[in-house]
Design a protein around this ligand. Sequence first.
Ligand code: TXA
Ligand code: MG
Length: 315
Amino acid sequence: MTGTNIHIAASFLKSGNVVAIPTETVYGLAANAYDPDAVLRIFEIKQRPRFNPLIVHLSSINQLGRVAEKTDPVLLQLAYHFWPGPLTILVKKSALIADLVTAGSEFVAVRVPNHPLTLKLLSLIDFPLAAPSANEFGKISPTTAKHVEESLGNKINYILDGGSSVVGIESTIIKMDAGKIVILRPGGINAEQISEITGYVPQLAEASNQAEAPGMLKSHYAPTIPLYLGKIDELISVHAGKKIGILAFTEQRQDASIIFQKILSPSGDLHEAAKNLFSYLHQLEQSGAELIISELLPETGIGIAVNDRLRRASA
Ligand code: TXA
Ligand code: MG
């Protein structure tokens, strides 16, 4: 069932069930982070490998002490500045957090999501919510309740509908490593914003296919049809005669092979492009096109996070 009733959502969560929740980044598949059985259900529904840990969502920074044994002061400073918002920090976990949540790691990833409905929901319950994105493992992330319904609707009791996610791309995940800030996944908060607050220049962790860096799996966010990344006009000639879907940054193309086309931001606004990315990929996937042709955005600001998702989608 899909609806906007936080009391229904809260009662399912209190009884150990999984509920889809809206956030400003993407929809999450949430359960009580203190309850291993409830968390296990998330992994089953999502068909997610157990080695891939979950982000824990708090109602406010005041809850941090319950889930964290220790927090690096630099990360705490960033949390004060950007929460609620699309920044996830890694902190030494407290015993309350189920081991399944962190896949055995002593660090737990936490954030306070910036969505009015979900913040109200979090204030109705006395436990934090473990929640990965509410899509099947490896598929395109959901930015509307309808996306969740289409992929997981028959497996969950309740989808809390909070409209379209306004950021549209997942949170930035950071940790401290030997006195440096490392970005494990680029997202809604960019490196310059982190530098401005802390004076540190963050480093980007490298993508790999190893289980030790689960959030960084190269092939992820994959549409069910191939996605080719490069110069759009050249790729159109290479694939001429096939049913082509185009995902362009600003500019519309004309070609007999194009059967569906989406423009991420006609005015060249990177935030608008990020907000539209997953929703347009969902539409392209369902358009009847045999393949998707797309291009990278300028490698700056949130464009870095969008390009990261496009590269993974094309891997
Ligand atoms: O914006 C977001 O972060 C969304 C919303 C729902 O909050 N969540 C999200 O979750 O994107 P998910 O599971 O799709 O991606 C979380 C990533 C995973 O790839 C995981 O590897 C990494 O965070 N992660 C979680 N806990 C971690 C930990 N303890 N250590 C290292 N990486 C962790
Ligand atoms: Mg995900």
